[in-house]
Structures are given as structure tokens and as C-alpha cells.
Design a protein around this ligand. Structure first.
Ligand code: NAD
Length: 513
């Protein structure tokens, strides 16, 4: 860690205690089992973190519940001011936090900085939002009456996040939830606990400087059992969970059983349709970054290219050629394009997917495999693979969280490509590369892409915070970040006020006394 400047990064971040995974603000504790944070960059143990026990959790939920009583009475623009200060702290600490993300998770340094930039951007968005938590007024059908709706704070928001965006996903949720008047408890991925400790340390400083109580921002750490403490807890009215569809299926049911709300951001199986008029200058970087960026570990990573048969050979050769230029290695070294997978389990899943694709009839165009030798001792570095496949293969229908790209053909009209693109159980991100207006509009129409994100002439990954982010079908249906995604963090109340001297009933009902 020293060699990579991580000790210094932690010092710059002001993190003193890396061993306690539970915190309500300025104090940290933990009496559960110990989890190890191991960097996939070099296989080194970074920290041993004590997880959250049931007793620790009780302390956190009680502190959070009590903080909510104070926080919700503060005017929303004042809460926005706290988020503004948090955003400014992130600006100061972008470099060390980005570096920690890169080292603990394994994504490139540029993408680590990019994640922190997303945090800053959502803080800016939330600050503006803090003056725009607007309800509507509606005309009443009754004389002397007025109708309106108001948005009220919800309470304690539980955030469960995945390893691949170890800081940004928390910020997307928490910056909005805070201005909405909620307090948050965050359970980070058990694979990236240190990122959560660093983030909590930053916000705790801001809250302390403003004399705000413990419990507005909280972290708990551990595996799914710690997540379950929140998903089964009636005191947590909203669970925002990001991760696999397998996880979402369990969390969705558990939260629904107690009539809680859930916001689910689950797996994708994202495709780019490449039409005869597509511009290769746009297609190649869009598809290659989409497939190999973050070593294929983005929920929006490009998994499938659906290419018109008339341009198939040309596009295939260009993509295969571009793969020849890619460099694999230490993600903190800016000349490398591809860093490691998160752990060896993930490497095994990747290897098994390639074998499965071959067994189902897939033809390997770019050979995968584990990279060995000096600099690759962690055993987590893999070569990005390209396989010619068909959409109906079982393995193609699954999200493999690694750099495996499937190429497939379509013939005839764009509708045939859209059918293939929609012919999976997931519905997160999608794209079309075309210079034909009619094709683009068909793709974006009600009978086009069935995904939450549909792009024209850009790839599937790399969304901006201004739009609502999320997907349909087994991606879970949740929306986070921009647009009106804030509404899920609040409860809506409809008010009717009678300022007349009569009591007319709705629908003209007569009830004479
Ligand atoms: P994962 O499902 O293994 O874990 C995600 C989180 O859920 C972790 O914090 C884990 O501890 C927790 N968890 C798991 N089971 C749980 C349970 N039963 N109850 C409560 N908590 C539980 O996912 P991962 O491997 O960390 O991340 C990769 C997955 O996340 C991919 O499928 C990817 O597509 C998805 N993802 C989706 C989005 C999105 O916005 N749609 C964003 C990032 C990642």
C-alpha cells in the first residue's frame, strides 16, 4: 500500500481508525466478525475491519432515529448547505479518495477520480434540489376548496451498495436523501469496506463542524447478514439496494413483506445495435470502452454487440483490431486500459462463462485467460475476450461481471435487432449506432428499446447524474440520481382544505342530516 501511495492517501483523508466498520458520525466501533479488505491490484491485505454486530446495529438505528427528529426540522435549503460543504470537501479530497477507490476496488485511477467527480456532481444537484422539493396544486371540484400535495421526509434510509461503485452509489442516494430530510445508514460491499470508512470520515467532519448530532450519516459493515438487519427492520422505511439480481430478488421480497419501499438497482445485459450507417469512429471506442472499461465490471458494461450482417465483417475486424491495442496491468498506472477483477471468485466465474459459451457453440475471436507473471501476482488480471455467439445461448442471457463481449448478427430491418436487444431478462442500458433518423426514433419509441437507458451514437456505459438512472425487468425498476428520482426518498401527502362555510361532498354525494 505504501508503494502505491495509499498510506499517504489515508492520511490525507484523515482516516485514523481503519479497523472499525460501524459509525454514527464522529465515533466508530464494531464488535462483529472481522472482514479483510484485500486489494485486487497486488493481493495485499489493506485492512481488517470489525463488522457490525446486532448490538452495534441497535445502537446505530437508535442514534439515526433520534437524529432524524432534529434533521427533518431543519429547513431544506439549510440541509442543502451541509451537502454543499460536503461537496466542497470532496473537491479537496478528490485525489486521495479516487486513489483509494482505485486501489481497493481495482478500477483505473481515472475512473476512481471519475467516481469522486460523480459524488461532487450529485452534491451540486442536491443543493439546487433543496430549494425545489416542490409539490403541485390541483383544482378542487368543490367550491371554496383547494387541493395540493406536499413532500415530507421519510425517515431512516438504508443504502446497500455493490463493490464496483464503492463510493458514487452511496453519494447518489445519500446526497438526495439528506436534502429530503432523511438520515442514512449505509452498508457498503464487504469487498470495499475501507471506502465506506473514508467517506463516513469526510461527512462526519462536516456534520461536526456544523454542530449537528450523531446519526445523520451512519455506516455499518459486513456481508448480507448485516444487510438483512436493515431489510427486515420496520424502522427503515426505504431500502435502496444496488447489486446482483440474485440479491434484489431476496431484498425486494423481504422489504415488501413488511410494506417497506425498495429502490432496486440490479444487473444489466446491455447491448449496442450497430446498423449499416453506423460511424466506425464512434462505434469502436464506444463498444470497446463499454466492454473493457472497469474490466467489464459496470452494471452498464457492454455485453452484446448486435451487428447488421452487411457490415458485420468490417465492424468485427475493427473491434478485434482495437482489442490488440489494449494494455492490462496496474490500474494506478495511467497507461493501462484494464485493471484486475475484484477477486479470484470473479476470475473463476469469467473462465466458466467462456467455457460455457464455447460449449454452447460460441466461436472465440479474441482469446481470454488469466494473465500471469510479474505485476500480476494477485491472480485477478484477465484478458478481455470476444466470442461470436447467439442471443439465445444460456450464458448470453446471463450477466457475467467480467470483460466478455458477445458478437451477434441481425439481418433485414432494425426491428430484428431491437427484438434481440430486448430478448433478455434484464433491462438496464442500451444503445444504437446509426445515422438514420427513422432507425434512431424507432429505437427510442414505445416499441423500441425496453431499457431504462437508451442512447443514440454513444455506448451503454457512463451515465450523467442529471438523468434518472436505472432499469426495467430484472434490473429492478428503481431510479436514482437526477430528474425526479428524489421523490422516492420522501412521502407524498395530498391535502384538501375547505375555506367555505359549507361541506359539499366529493362526487356530488348528498348526505343530509
Ligand atoms: P452482490 O449482489 O453480491 O452484493 C451487493 C450488496 O448486496 C452487497 O453489499 C451485499 O453484501 C449485499 N447483499 C447481498 N445479499 C443480500 C441480502 N440477502 N440481504 C441484504 N443485503 C445483501 O453484488 P456485487 O457483486 O457487489 O455487485 C455486482 C452486481 O451489482 C452486478 O450484478 C451489477 O450489475 C450490479 N450493479 C447494478 C447497478 C445498477 O445501478 N443497476 C450498479 C452497480 C452494480
Amino acid at each position: 500500500a505504501k508503494e502505491f501511495g495509499i498510506e499517504k492517501a489515508l492520511k490525507d483523508l484523515g482516516v485514523k481508525d481503519i479497523n472499525n466498520g460501524t459509525s454514527t458520525g464522529s465515533n466508530s466501533f464494531g464488535s462483529g466478525d472481522v472482514i479483510e479488505s484485500i486489494s485486487p491490484v497486488n493481493g495485499e491485505l489493506i485492512a481488517k475491519v470489525t463488522t457490525t454486530s446486532k448490538a452495534d446495529y441497535e445502537k446505530v438505528i437508535e442514534t439515526a432515529t433520534s437524529a432524524f427528529q432534529t434533521w427533518r426540522t431543519m429547513p431544506a435549503p439549510q440541509r442543502g448547505e451541509i451537502v454543499r460543504q460536503f461537496g466542497n470537501k470532496l473537491r479537496e479530497l478528490k485525489e486521495p479518495l479516487g486513489k483509494l477507490v482505485s486501489y481497493e476496488m481495482g478500477k483505473s485511477l481515472q475512473e476512481g477520480y471519475g467516481e469522486v467527480q460523480e459524488m461532487i456532481d450529485i452534491c451540486d444537484f442536491a443543493v439546487g434540489l433543496s430549494r425545489q422539493l416542490n409539490g403541485q396544486t390541483m383544482p378542487s371540484e368543490r367550491p371554496g376548496h383547494v387541493m395540493r400535495e406536499q413532500w415530507h421526509s421519510l425517515g431512516v434510509v438504508g443504502i446497500i451498495s455493490a463493490f464496483n461503485f464503492p463510493v458514487a452509489v452511496w453519494a447518489w442516494n445519500t446526497a438526495l436523501a439528506w436534502v429530503c430530510g432523511d438520515v442514512c445508514i449505509w452498508k457498503a460491499s464487504e469487498k470495499t469496506p475501507l471506502c465506506s470508512i473514508a467517506c463516513q470520515n469526510i461527512i462526519a467532519g462536516v456534520l461536526k463542524d456544523n454542530n449537528l448530532p450523531e446519526g445523520i450519516s451512519n455506516i455499518i459493515n459486513g456481508d448480507y447478514k448485516v444487510g438483512e438487519m436493515m431489510t427486515t427492520d420496520k424502522r427503515v422505511p426505504l431500502i435502496s439496494a444496488t447489486g446482483s439480481t440474485r440479491m434484489g430478488r431476496i431484498v425486494g421480497v423481504t422489504v415488501a413483506e413488511r410494506f417497506g419501499k425498495s429502490l432496486l438497482e440490479l444487473g444489466g445485459n446491455n447491448a449496442i445495435i450497430i446498423t449499416p450507417t453506423a460511424d466506425l469512429k464512434v462505434v469502436v471506442p464506444g463498444a470497446v470502452f463499454g466492454a473493457v472499461g472497469t474490466a467489464g465490471q459496470r452494471c452498464t458494461s457492454t455485453r452484446r454487440l448486435i451487428i447488421h450482417e452487411s457490415v458485420y465483417d468490417k465492424v468485427r475486424d475493427a473491434i478485434v483490431g482495437a482489442y490488440g491495442q489494449l494494455t492490462i496491468g496496474n490500474p494506478l498506472d495511467e497507461k493501462n486500459h484494464i485493471g484486475p477483477l475484484i477477486d479470484k471468485d470473479s476470475v473463476n466465474t469469467y473462465l466458466a462463462a467462456i467455457e460455457k459459451a464455447k460449449a454452447e457453440g460460441g466461436k472465440v475471436l479474441v482469446e481470454g485467460g488469466v494473465v500471469e507473471g510479474k505485476g500480476f501476482e494477485s491472480g485477478c488480471y484477465v484478458k478481455p475476450a470476444i466470442i461470436e455467439a447467439e442471443n439465445h445461448y444460456e450464458i448470453v442471457q446471463h450477466e457475467t461481471f467480467a470483460p466478455v463481449l458477445y458478437l451477434m448478427k441481425y439481418s433485414g430491418e432494425v426491428e430484428n435487432a431491437i427484438d434481440q436487444q430486448n430478448g433478455v431478462v434484464q433491462g438496464l442500458s442500451s444503445a444504437i449506432m446509426t445515422n438514420e433518423l427513422k432507425e434512431a426514433e424507432k429505437f427510442l419509441s414505445f416499441s423500441g428499446s425496453d431499457c431504462g437507458i437508451a442512447n443514440v451514437n454513444i455506448g451503454t456505459s457512463g451515465a450523467e447524474i442529471g438523468g434518472a438512472f436505472g432499469g426495467e425487468k430484472e434490473t429492478g425498476g428503481g431510479r436514482e440520481s437526477g430528474s425526479d428520482a428524489w421523490k422516492v426518498y420522501m412521502r407524498r401527502q395530498t391535502n384538501t382544505v375547505n375555506y367555505s362555510d359549507e361541506l359539499p361532498l366529493a362526487q356530488g354525494i348528498k348526505f343530509d342530516l
